[in-house]
Design a protein around this ligand. Structure first.
Ligand code: SF4
Ligand code: SF4
Length: 320
């Protein structure tokens, strides 16, 4: 899962590229314009300035980030698959170091039911990992989720490693309950698939066969660097992944993408074990859950560098 990249809008099915651009670059859509300007630079001074304006300045001014679309939490991400086909250096969820483990939708139901029973508002459930398309029954997982939570939007993230015409035609009718898909576009997947043009045409095929799915492409050419350090240093900006709540099958939910997989990294295990805020244990109920949600920076942030927003070109970890 790449929670470091920023989503890039693309024309919807049936919308000409001209109409899309005419609609997109209107001054009446300042949020969209801001997001386009923000994604203009990958690294260097432009990125640094834009990152400061989006994350550093509001933090300095004491402004909270509004990212939950009127709910308590915008989205609950389910860690359905721990491992991945990729070994991205800087993977926020530490998936390259995880064991091969997958979970059924039923494993998450007690925790999602608890949150709903306790009135915690969220509108969107996303299946994530690791790589969700490694799940032995991803369509069944999606259907089970939609059947149980018909009022929630169901989405997923993928690195698109599986994409070819045959697979897309196989999956398309099985993804009928899905409403959102975030495709992270990494250089190695683009090369494997056969280049930019082929990648784009496969996305178009999927969009054509699954018009109900809102498909977003995230640029994976760069990821945001992060490390944990044993000493405490105060964060000086908001963090782009601080509201990426990832629910594990054991009922523990992380505040950010980094918090969910630290146990796979022996070098970070002690810091993770000493953190009280990296994971919230729903097994103990939901008392204090919302104040935990609203906390930033939390204790792990004082040991982490991701809030700096330093982008680095995508690289693969060396094989284990
Ligand atoms: S594609 Fe890369 S960033 Fe995403 S889960 Fe896999 S290893 Fe991590
Ligand atoms: S800075 Fe805080 S919110 Fe951001 S990744 Fe690190 S621990 Fe998570």
């Amino acid at each position: 899962m790449n929670r470091h990249a920023f989503g890039r809008r693309v024309p919807r099915r049936g919308q000409t590229s001209k109409a899309f651009h005419a609609r997109s670059v209107v001054w009446s859509n300042p949020r969209y314009l801001a997001s386009r300007v923000f994604s203009a630079g990958n690294t260097g001074p432009v990125w640094t300035i834009l990152h400061y304006l989006k994350y550093g300045l509001p933090f300095k001014l004491g402004l909270k980030r509004a990212s939950c679309n009127g709910g308590d939490v915008k989205r609950i991400n389910l860690l359905a698959v721990e491992h991945c086909t990729n070994r991205c250096r800087q993977c926020s969820t530490s998936s390259p170091f995880a064991a091969k483990r997958t979970y059924a939708a039923a494993a998450f139901v007690p925790w999602l039911d608890l949150m709903m029973r306790e009135g915690i508002k969220f509108g969107h459930i996303s299946i994530t990992g690791g790589e969700p398309f490694l799940h032995p029954d991803l369509p069944g997982f999606i259907d089970d989720l939609q059947a149980r939570y018909p009022k929630k939007q169901t989405g997923l993230t993928t690195n698109f490693f599986w994409a070819n015409e045959e697979k897309i035609r196989y999956y398309a009718p099985k993804l009928k309950s899905l409403s959102k898909m975030l495709i992270s576009k990494y250089p190695n997947t683009v090369a494997k698939i056969g280049g930019e043009q082929r990648f784009g045409s496969l996305v178009e095929l999927l969009r054509t066969l699954c018009p109900q799915i809102e498909i977003t492409i995230a640029d994976g050419s760069h990821l945001i660097e992060w490390q944990l350090h044993p000493d405490e240093r105060s964060p000086k900006a908001h963090c782009c992944t601080s509201d990426c709540y990832v629910l594990r099958a054991d009922g523990k939910i992380s505040h950010c993408a980094v918090g969910v997989g630290l146990e796979h990294r022996p070098e970070f295990r002690q810091i993770a074990q000493e953190s009280k805020d990296a994971l919230y244990d729903l097994g103990r109920g939901t008392s204090g859950f919302l104040s935990w949600v609203n906390k930033y920076p939390f204790d792990l942030c004082f040991h982490c560098t991701l809030w700096r927003g330093v982008r680095t070109p995508w690289k693969s970890e060396s094989p284990m």
